[in-house]
Structures are given as structure tokens and as C-alpha cells.
Design a binder for this molecule. Structure first.
Ligand SMILES: *[C@@H]1O[C@H](CO)[C@@H](O)[C@H](O)[C@H]1NC(C)=O
Length: 365
């Protein structure tokens, strides 16, 4: 059972890398700077341009679903948040290839998972969970469902989730930020706050005339960048530790790849909202910090690797795919595709070295 749980995340991670490779080899998109409506570009791409990458991504999703999805449970066999990542991977695939191959499975998953979370019934369901980051992953998947279907019930769920997460924003300690752990309220960390910024900015970009979500997203980013979590190498450690006087400092915990990734997607949404290139510049500094020669996140052979102690556990195995997804988002938003060769190299490596060719399941390597 342990092996099974670990592998779902791995399949999702490998898939995201390969899917991004597909996206990057597809006919070159215009950068957002030239493109008034970023959400309409997908229809213009030729989904059959690179059958190999597309087929590899589809094979990875099909393998992930066959090996790990339970129709009865409506989720993949792993921790709950990793099911949100697996769902997101299917939605990304449909988005990039302009298909609806997995829409029935996506709807079924959401229908079952939006029930109140066992042990957190008071959240009232719709993904209002016992940690703000778990809610954030599902809420972002609801944003993607809205993009794919234009069905406002999904956008409505992500609005409920934003309100729920924001309830855990406090002025003290740390002069702001949301708590990650809802029951204990002890930990303000990078992932919960990055997901919050992403969600609030994404809501703004989908709600005509909105001002409130944008204000919250911008405020949360202003707080985040000065919070102490971003270190002098422009890399983001896991979170903050508070001192007796209510101020907070970087807790020195590892720089996980997903913490460098989600903020790239968040800042790209903020750029879409404002056309302020400062957001893209901030994102590039973080991406470049993650990929620098001195970074603990890139091996000598140029392959992304998390600094796992010994081996990566089931949570950690999902990190790389999340980083790749968001690096791809940033890469499409800035001119010149500065991260394309890195993504392609990693996708090819995952495909040739980390894939069980008979089963199409991936390992982290
Ligand atoms: C979304 O929420 C709004 C406001 O509460 C409501 O008027 C609308 O009917 C909802 N839309 C759907 C599709 O559920």
C-alpha cells in the first residue's frame, strides 16, 4: 500500500513534465504581452502537431488512472491533496490539447470530493478542508474547470474557498499571511500563501469588474515578498517561525521545488491582471534562483531534484511536477521562452529514464 500511495504522486509528476513538453513543442504561442486574451489561445493550436509528446502525456494519465483511480471513491489512492494534483494534471492535458477526454472523470471526482471532508465536516464541503493549502489546490483545479467549461458553479466553489482560506489571514504574528494549519494555527508557510495569492489573482482575472480579489492578491504578495521566506538567493524556504514579539523569520527549512513553482503561476496571474511587468521580473528572479548553478534543486546533469532526506516521500514526489507546471506557465508569459530547454530536457529525461515502459508509470529520479 505504501508503494501504491507513493506512485500516484510520481505518475502525476512525470505526467506534468511530459505534458509540458507537449505544450512547449506545440506551435509557438504568442507571449501574453502580444495577446489581449490569454484564455482564447488554446483553440488556435494544432493538437496533433506533436503526436509523440501528446501521446506520451495521454499514456501517462491513462496509466495513472488505471493504476490508482477508484471510481467508487472518486479519487486516486493517495493523500487528498495529491488527488487535486492528479485532477489538475488531467485538466491541464485537456486545456493544452483542446480535448475533453477526461471530463467525465473530472466531474465525477469533483462531485464526490466536494462533500464535507471527513474530520472537517464543519468546513461545509466544497473543499474547505483542515489545512488552507489542501483547499488551495482544489480551488485552483476549480478555476481550471471553469476555464474549460465556463460553468460558473466551479467559479462559485473557488470563491467559497478563497473566503475560507482568507479567514485564516491574521495581522499577527508575522504582520500578515494565512495559517497553513487550520486547527492549531501555528504555521504560516510558503505554500499556503502562494496558493492564496494565485487563487485571489485568478478569481480577479475571471470576474469582470472585480477590484476586491486583486487588492487582496497584491496585498498578499507585498506581504509575502517581505515576509522573510524569500532568501538572499531568491529561493523560498518552507515557512516562518514567530518570535515572542510577534515578528517572524525564515525557519530555514528546505527549499522545496513546489515552493519555487506555485509563486510563478501566482505572479503570472498578477501580471495578467495588471500588465505590470514587475510581477514577471519577480517571478523570473525566483525561477532563476531555483535553477541557478548553486541551487540545491538542480543536479549536475541539469535534472530537477528535491532535497529529500534519503528518499522523497509521497508528498515530496509530487513537488517536481508542480514546479514544472508553473515554470511552463511563466515561460509562456515572458517572451523568448527562456525555460523551454530546461523543461524539454527534464521531460525527455523523465520519459527515457524514469518510466516503466511496460506500464507507463513514472518514478522520480
Ligand atoms: C454562482 O453564485 C451566484 C451568487 O451567489 C449565483 O447567483 C449563481 O446562480 C451561481 N451560479 C451557479 C452556476 O451556481
Amino acid at each position: 500500500m505504501r508503494l501504491t500511495t507513493a506512485r500516484v504522486a510520481v505518475a502525476a509528476a512525470g505526467l506534468a513534465l511530459v505534458a509540458h513538453s507537449a505544450a512547449h513543442i506545440l506551435p509557438r504561442q504568442h507571449s501574453l504581452e502580444e495577446q489581449p486574451s490569454p484564455y482564447q489561445s488554446l483553440q488556435q493550436r494544432d493538437p496533433d502537431a506533436v503526436p509523440d509528446a501528446r501521446h506520451a502525456a495521454k499514456a501517462a494519465i491513462d496509466a495513472m488512472n488505471t493504476a490508482f483511480y477508484s471510481q467508487a471513491a472518486g479519487r486516486w489512492a493517495d493523500t487528498w491533496w495529491v488527488s487535486a494534483i492528479a485532477l489538475q494534471s488531467m485538466l491541464d492535458y485537456m486545456h493544452k490539447t483542446n480535448s475533453c477526454d477526461y471530463m467525465d472523470r473530472a466531474r465525477h471526482t469533483i462531485e464526490l470530493q466536494k462533500a464535507p471532508v471527513p474530520g472537517r465536516e464543519e468546513g461545509g464541503g466544497n473543499f474547505r478542508a483542515d489545512s488552507t493549502d489542501d483547499t488551495g489546490w482544489w480551488a485552483l483545479a476549480m478555476i481550471s474547470m471553469f476555464d474549460l467549461t465556463k460553468d460558473h458553479s466551479y467559479l462559485n466553489i473557488s470563491k467559497l474557498d478563497e473566503a475560507y482560506i482568507y479567514k485564516y489571514w491574521t495581522k499577527s504574528p508575522c504582520a500578515g499571511g494565512v495559517y497553513q494549519d487550520i486547527r492549531e494555527e501555528t504555521y504560516k508557510n510558503a505554500i499556503a500563501n502562494e496558493l492564496y495569492i494565485f487563487l485571489a489573482a485568478a478569481l480577479h482575472n475571471r470576474i469582470p469588474g472585480d477590484k476586491a480579489y486583486l487588492k487582496k492578491a497584491e496585498h498578499a504578495w507585498e506581504w509575502f515578498k517581505k515576509s522573510g521566506m524569500v532568501n538572499i538567493h531568491h529561493r523560498i524556504n518552507d515557512g516562518l517561525v514567530s518570535r515572542a514579539d510577534g515578528t517572524c523569520v525564515n525557519n530555514g527549512q528546505p527549499v522545496w521545488s513546489y515552493n519555487q513553482g506555485v509563486i510563478l503561476g501566482a505572479l503570472t496571474e498578477l501580471y495578467r491582471a495588471t500588465k505590470n511587468k514587475g510581477y514577471l521580473a519577480s517571478a523570473r528572479k525566483i525561477a532563476d534562483g531555483a535553477l541557478a548553478k548553486s541551487s540545491p534543486l538542480v543536479r549536475k546533469d541539469g535534472i530537477l531534484a528535491d532535497p529529500c532526506p534519503g528518499s522523497c516521500n509521497g508528498d515530496m514526489q509530487a513537488f517536481k511536477g508542480i514546479f514544472a507546471r508553473n515554470l511552463g506557465v511563466l515561460d509562456s508569459a515572458v517572451g523568448g521562452h527562456p525555460y523551454q530547454s530546461f523543461l524539454q530536457k527534464n521531460a525527455k529525461s523523465a520519459y527515457s529514464k524514469s518510466r516503466d515502459a511496460a506500464k507507463n508509470l513514472y518514478d522520480v529520479h
